[in-house]
Design a protein around this ligand. Structure first.
Ligand code: BGC
Ligand code: CA
Length: 289
């Protein structure tokens, strides 16, 4: 394990949703609260950006070109050449205080994304699955305040998901053929003064990397939920890890600069950080639509 360095001094308000696209060799990421979509090329150091019309919680790359993004009012397709967003479906027209948050593609190219209560107090969030035929399915019906940590085990038998306000990461049995989940169990619980689970990813050994919001660190957990190691971060609120680079051996970590307790101690808050953790990631799948 080598040092954590700042790959992009982005000063994001709420940097999130890092996703490495193996075809383009770039890191997509978002700034939820600045309503921006970014594409970072670590080789050239170029970071392109697009404005989104609403808070943008997560994205996937569309196999046919462009992106699918989950914003405040639902799933949208996003055309990178025109910068235009077009509504696919709003599954929560009755919940104006909700917005979409963390989301990821499963390995059949479905887009999973959770909603959350924007004021971060009520458990009005649900979890959705957008299929390649653009049908939208509610997979968890309410009870989630801040949906986070979506990712899957290398054998596709387990899906991980968390609620940051509940400070809990759950494991679900996952059936990749039908795209269904069952048998939820608590995997990791964070103590009250120990930060909360934010974004997560799984490495090729099946261990889970969790960004600890408010914890100044990233944790690596064994598949049974036992802590394996922690990596200290130079920022209080790392938000989400994603493996990237040509060999998928670099771990990129987004971060936030809003809502900090000790802003004076972290001049690079909101940056994207990178480390070489000594283990590789698993390629992400594009949305098959
Ligand atoms: C959300 C933030 C929230 C944080 C807390 C993020 O995924 O987007 O709004 O404060 O999680 O864990
Ligand atoms: Ca998150």
């Amino acid at each position: 394990m080598n040092e954590v360095s700042c790959a992009l001094d982005a000063h994001a308000l709420l940097g999130e949703g890092p996703l490495w696209d193996g075809t383009e060799q770039v890191l997509y990421w978002i700034d939820i609260k600045r309503r921006e979509i970014h594409r970072f090329d670590p080789v050239s150091g170029t970071d392109e950006k697009w404005s989104a019309p609403e808070d943008v919680g997560s994205l996937v790359v569309h196999e046919q070109g462009g992106l699918i993004v989950a914003m405040t009012s639902g799933f949208y397709s996003f055309d990178l050449s025109s910068g235009r967003a077009q509504l696919i479906v709003n599954p929560e027209p009755d919940l104006p205080d909700n917005r979409f948050n963390d989301g990821k593609p499963d390995r059949r190219g479905r887009f999973w994304a959770g909603s959350m209560h924007n004021p971060e107090t009520e458990p009005t969030g649900s979890l959705y699955r957008l299929d390649p035929d653009l049908s939208c399915h509610r997979m968890i019906d309410g009870g989630i305040a801040i949906s986070n940590s979506l990712c899957w085990s290398p054998d596709n038998r387990v899906m991980y998901h968390s609620c940051s306000l509940h400070r809990t990461v759950w494991a679900w049995d996952f059936d990749i053929d039908s795209g269904t989940i069952s048998n939820r169990r608590e995997l990791i619980e964070f103590a009250a003064n120990d930060g909360g689970p934010d974004g997560a990813t799984v490495d090729a050994e099946g261990y889970l990397w969790v960004a600890v919001w408010g914890g100044w660190r990233i944790d690596r957990y064994k598949p049974d939920g036992d802590l394996d190691l922690s990596v200290e971060m130079p920022v209080e609120c790392p938000t989400c890890p994603a493996f990237g680079g040509p060999q998928l051996d670099k771990l990129y970590v987004t971060s936030a600069s809003n809502m900090l307790n000790e802003p004076e101690k972290q001049p690079q808050a909101g940056g994207i950080f990178v480390l070489e953790p000594g283990v590789r990631g698993i390629p992400e799948t594009r949305f098959r639509g």
